[in-house]
Design a protein around this ligand. Structure first.
Ligand code: PMT
Length: 316
């Protein structure tokens, strides 16, 4: 046991600051996000915070092993592009090395295979790329450079669950009431508190491993109630059993009282989601033809939610 147990008094954030170490850069990141939101807000631009990718939960203080999950970050990265296309400024709170807007389109490409070696002009500092190896690269590069030049994308990385939780809190405190929160990250529900974690690498010579994990506080609750009560908050609900999906999505809406849940099933998440609000339930589906044409479901999700955001803002 590395640390002493936290006191019984829980803060408004469900014990977040007591049970999870605050990353040293959290305050700097909060300021950066606040400046970004202020800058774009004063230019009349809407801001969305996207969370993306999975979290890493350490099993040892000097971490050798950790618990991870399946999320590639594709949902968050592609959604970021569609929000940018819709005129939003985007804070992209993502897992280190998960998929990233625009570069995600070439995630499977070996960079060195896309360079034309016979055209290498080392002295001139120029190397030509093979555009067949990087489909649509000129178009994608133009979009990426325009976003970069206008400072419309603020990337913020997290690695561990603890970093994710604190940076989400920092984001919520930094953003004004016009912001949208689009919580697509796959966040662990379980963790081992620091005071129960072994310091050193768990030894296999001690036999089979038995671990007991605590429940992670759901950040949606303080986010909606305390940190950003006027924001437009979208959570995601992932299940593997389709028969319980909608009931769980509705239960989340009732529990947290936010604006919408995007419900998806692991195996079909690329082509089918249901956007659930208190009064509506809308299925978004890609046809086989659309899949062939490489239409992405995130295009549909983002246009559904940006329209709902407009309506929400016209009512406040
Ligand atoms: O990244 P991809 O491979 O493209 O996959 C996308 C996705 C399947 C990960 C995404 O579409 C998705 O469903 N993300 C949410 C998965 C999830 O963690 O669901 P949940 O039921 O555990 O959490 C529900 C909501 O509460 C989520 O919006 C989550 O961000 C939020 N949450 C979760 C845990 C926690 N401690 N605090 C939270 O606020």
């Amino acid at each position: 046991m590395a640390h002493s147990e936290p006191s019984a008094s829980k803060a408004v954030d469900g014990g977040l600051s007591e049970e999870f170490a605050v990353p040293t850069h959290a305050e700097d990141v909060r300021k950066l996000m606040a400046e970004f939101a202020e800058h774009h807000g004063s230019a009349g631009r809407r801001v969305v915070l996207i969370t993306s990718g999975g979290t890493k939960v350490p099993l040892e203080s000097r971490t050798v092993r950790f618990l991870d999950n399946f999320s590639s970050g594709r949902r968050g990265a592609s959604s970021a592009e569609y929000f940018l296309d819709s005129g939003y400024a985007v804070i992209f709170l993502h897992r280190h090395r998960s998929l990233y807007p625009y570069t995600r389109l070439y995630a499977g490409v070996n960079l060195l295979d896309s360079l034309q070696s016979e055209s290498v002009k080392e002295d001139a500092g120029q190397i030509l790329v093979d555009q067949n190896a990087l489909p649509n690269i000129a178009k994608v590069l133009k979009r990426y450079q325009a976003v970069k030049a206008a400072g419309l994308l603020l990337p913020v990385e997290f690695n561990t669950l603890s970093e994710y939780l604190h940076l989400l809190k920092a984001a919520a405190q930094a953003l004004s009431s016009i912001a949208m929160f689009y919580l697509a990250a796959a966040v662990s529900d379980f963790y081992i508190p620091a005071y129960e974690m072994p310091e050193h690498k768990i030894q296999s010579s001690n036999g089979p491993l038995q671990i007991s994990m605590k429940m992670v506080p759901k950040m949606l609750s303080p986010l909606v109630k305390d940190w950003a009560p006027k924001a437009f908050v979208i959570s995601f609900k992932l299940e593997t059993d389709p028969s319980i999906l909608l009931e769980r999505a509705r239960r989340a809406l009732e529990t947290y009282n936010h604006q919408a849940v995007v419900a998806n099933v692991l195996d079909t998440r690329r082509g089918y989601v249901v956007v659930v609000t208190k009064d509506t339930q809308q299925e978004l589906v890609l046809t086989d033809e659309e899949v062939q044409e490489e239409v992405e479901i995130e295009d549909r999700i983002v246009s559904n939610l940006t329209a709902a955001h407009s309506q929400f803002m016209s009512q406040v």
